[in-house]
Design a protein around this ligand. Structure first.
Ligand code: GDP
Ligand code: K
Ligand code: MG
Length: 297
């Protein structure tokens, strides 16, 4: 008998904010390629996460959740990134939360359906369902008439159901040579990942609204022997926001810097020296030139 063919292809991971798309992609590739927080719009870019095994290579395309067509340039950028992720992929994976099908899930489904791509449903956060007998009727209800080629209940956080997911996705991908090198994990640079790890702390440590007014730019990134020496600037839109990011006597800035440094050290397995600045760039999130300068293009 012939060896089963190696399979490979791109899978767009879409869904409303906070269903766990980035957590899932990180878990599948075994590396943090995409930052995670309990806030919507944590993911701003289209990011590849590459999962290579014996049987094939799944290239996950993590996306910002689709938003109502916002007025601000950053929202248009994120929507372009989310829609662009649906171009040139083999498969669309809609991620939802166990037990929930909201209007925003319906909207994400409609976007996926319009592409005409083969699609699967990933039901994440099954760890939250105490009574597992509720899961089967839920699966039946949400998959009814929606044309999913397969349905996968998983917990990205607990790592449940992920082997079945991997096998199931590979079954739906074409026989193909690998699209990326075996040891490639993402299409993003180390500089980008560092900027994102700093932004992750802003998402987590700042209050409800402020994270959306922040962007992070890496000013310098140097390897000095075993040390990684990084200088970065956090941009905000107004001076009042700068005062909040810095905090009384610089306490908040120090806490952000320390948590980011620890995260970067863990991810890159080296000692890190991180110097953080905070600057105002008026209304950067609605300024196309500023956005390009900050890496949103
Ligand atoms: P995204 O906006 O869809 O990319 O969602 P994130 O990956 O940023 O996750 C949003 C929140 O859901 C975070 O607080 C995650 O820790 C949490 N989360 C993700 N996956 C799971 C899961 O399987 N179970 C539970 N209980 N929480 C999860
Ligand atoms: K999130
Ligand atoms: Mg995300």
């Amino acid at each position: 008998m012939n060896e089963p063919a190696f399979r490979a292809g791109l899978v767009a991971v879409i869904g409303r904010p906070n269903v766990g798309k980035s957590t899932l992609v990180n878990r599948m590739v075994g590396y943090k390629v995409s930052i995670v927080s309990p806030k919507a719009q944590t993911t701003r870019h289209r990011i590849l996460g590459i999962d290579t095994g014996e049987a094939g290579q799944i290239v996950f395309v993590d996306t910002p959740g689709l938003h109502a067509e916002g007025k601000r340039a950053i929202n248009r950028y994120m929507n372009r990134a989310a829609r662009g992720a649906l171009a040139d992929v083999e498969l669309g994976a809609l991620v939802i939360e166990a037990g929930q099908w909201r209007e925003a899930d319906e909207a994400a489904f409609a976007t996926l359906e319009k592409t005409g791509l083969p699609r699967v449903l990933i039901i994440n956060k099954v760890d939250r369902i105490r009574d597992k007998t509720e899961l089967l009727p839920f699966i039946a209800k949400v998959s009814e008439g929606r044309g999913f080629a397969a349905v996968f209940p998983v917990s990205a956080e607990k790592g449940a159901g992920l082997d079945d997911l991997r096998r199931g996705l590979l079954d739906l991908l074409p026989a193909s040579e690998p699209l990326f090198g075996e040891d490639e994990i993402t299409d993003r640079s180390e500089r980008f990942l560092v900027a994102e790890l700093i932004r992750e702390q802003l998402m987590r440590q700042l209050g409800a609204e402020l994270p959306y007014a922040t962007a992070v730019v890496i000013d310098s990134f140097k390897t000095e022997g075993k040390l990684l020496r990084i200088a970065a600037t956090i941009y905000v839109e107004r001076s009042g926001q700068k005062a909040i990011v810095i905090g009384a006597g610089g306490t908040r800035m120090r806490a952000i810097g320390q948590a980011a440094r620890i995260a970067i050290e863990r991810q890159f397995e080296r000692k890190v020296f991180l110097e953080l600045w905070c600057k105002v760039r008026e209304s950067w999130s609605d300024d196309e030139a500023a956005l390009r300068g900050f890496g949103y293009e």
